[in-house]
Design a protein around this ligand. Structure first.
Ligand code: ASP
Ligand code: MG
Length: 424
């Protein structure tokens, strides 16, 4: 017997038939004698619709009241998950399974006060643990919790993944299964490289990089949480027949296991190739090369909530002037240029240059820690295809390369084959 948290995303609960199908997945695990808690998203498209309602409320002409109140945003958008948790409990009951829905405030799942992007602080798992022990399935509404102001708080888009991992940690589950519309995590985006392979296992740290770089399978925060609490997390498809052979396999269900690196015996040097579109590069030319310059640049950008990613500073030739280049999301370029313009005196640069429409392609693998020459092969392969590199950053387990947008797909495919990730 094991304790399993099963999470179903929006496409998996998109309509009543799919909710019925989800109930069959749950029934399979219950029938196998496991203790089960379920976390659900809203029906696909629902959260967007709810957000749209909040944002499109007509405004009184000339009013300068805030556009909307974050607490009421949360009250509205959290409702999608309330609906699916109740519906799934009904579907389970109709199959003779003892099930009960739970809203975030009922457990409660305590969050901080950042309405709209709240962080989970604490989950009281006693009630659902006791009920699981009595054979009841808890169906928990994902994406929501209770803030310190005693009001509903939502966890940011994609937050149900985080709810699921947090609940798995709170009830000390043996496994957290994230059911979605893809059947696992791939070596790269299969829409770009059809030879991409599904990974059997990926280490938490690698998955964190993949998720941060736009592999949209999991909310980044859920991976952070899984890593901290060592929650073994499976990404798997809800669209497979719930009763197909192997679906109930306890150790090795179909999908990708995100786990501690110690669990990965055959570690490849490179695990995957990820990419992030819509990057922009900003360069400050002929900056004074003195203490405090970086702080003068990045302090105001941080205050403006602009996420800076790659940062490259040149060593100055004469010890007095240098250049600094960094990347921001394309959508933030104008804002960043404004902030840097406002601070021109304080920073002390000569000119600003910027370019949008760039792509960051990254090679990821914990095996890199113990292998030399991984970066060199990437540079060689891209050079052979005539792809120009604009900036490079590396970490222990990642090489990120900034290139022109139109070369993104070619670069991804090239690197995918360079490291032997193509399907055999
Ligand atoms: N329903 C929420 C969203 O669409 C949360 C989730 O699905 O994870 O962002
Ligand atoms: Mg999701």
């Amino acid at each position: 017997m094991a304790r399993i948290v099963m999470k179903f995303g929006g496409t998996s609960v998109a309509d009543l038939n799919r909710i019925h199908n989800v109930a069959r997945h749950v029934k399979r695990e219950v029938d196998a004698g496991h203790e089960v808690a379920v976390v659900v998203s809203a029906m696909s498209g629902k959260t967007n619709e709810l957000v749209g309602w909040v944002e499109n409320m007509p405004k009184v002409a000339g009013s300068n009241a805030p556009f909307y109140d974050a607490r009421e945003y949360d009250a509205v958008v959290a409702s999608g998950e309330q609906v699916t948790s109740g519906l799934l409990a009904i579907a389970l009951q109709s199959m003779g399974i003892n099930a009960r829905s739970w809203q975030g405030w009922q457990l409660p799942i305590r969050t901080d006060n950042a309405h709209g992007a709240a962080r989970i602080l604490d989950i009281d798992g006693t009630d659902i643990t006791r009920r699981m022990g009595e054979g009841q399935v808890a169906v928990v509404a994902g994406f929501q919790g209770l803030g310190p102001d005693n009001r509903l708080a939502t966890l940011g888009r994609g937050g149900s993944d985080t709810s699921a991992v947090a609940i798995a940690a709170a009830v000390k589950a043996d496994r957290c299964d994230i059911y979605t519309d893809v059947d696992g995590v791939y070596t790269t985006d299969p829409r770009i490289e059809p030879k991409a392979r599904r990974l059997k296992k990926i280490a938490f740290e690698e998955m964190l990089e993949m998720a941060s770089l736009g592999a949209k399978v999991l909310q980044v925060r859920s991976v952070e949480l899984a890593m901290v609490h060592k929650v073994r997390t499976f990404v798997r498809s809800s669209f497979e027949d719930p009763d197909a052979p192997g679906m109930g396999d306890l150790m090795n269900p179909p999908g990708t296991l995100i786990c501690d690196e110690d669990e990965i015996v055959e570690q490849e040097v490179v695990t995957g190739i990820a990419y992030a579109k819509d990057e922009a590069q900003i360069s400050l030319r002929r900056l004074a090369d003195r203490p405090g310059v970086s702080a003068a640049i990045f302090g105001p950008l941080a205050e403006a909530h602009i996420n800076v990613d790659m940062i490259v500073q040149n060593i100055s030739e004469d010890g007095s002037k240098t250049d600094m280049t960094f990347t921001v999301p394309s959508g933030d370029v104008d804002k960043a240029l404004r902030v840097l313009g406002d601070n021109k005196e304080k920073i002390g640069y000569d000119v600003i240059q910027s370019e949008s429409g760039l792509v960051k392609v990254s090679v990821i693998g914990i095996g890199m820690r113990s292998h030399a020459g991984v970066a060199a092969s990437a540079f060689r392969a891209l050079a052979d295809k005539g792809i120009n590199i604009k900036a490079i950053t590396t970490s222990e387990i990642k090489i990120s390369i900034l290139i022109d947008g139109p070369y993104a797909e070619l670069a991804v495919r090239t690197l995918h084959s360079t490291y032997g990730l193509d399907k055999s």
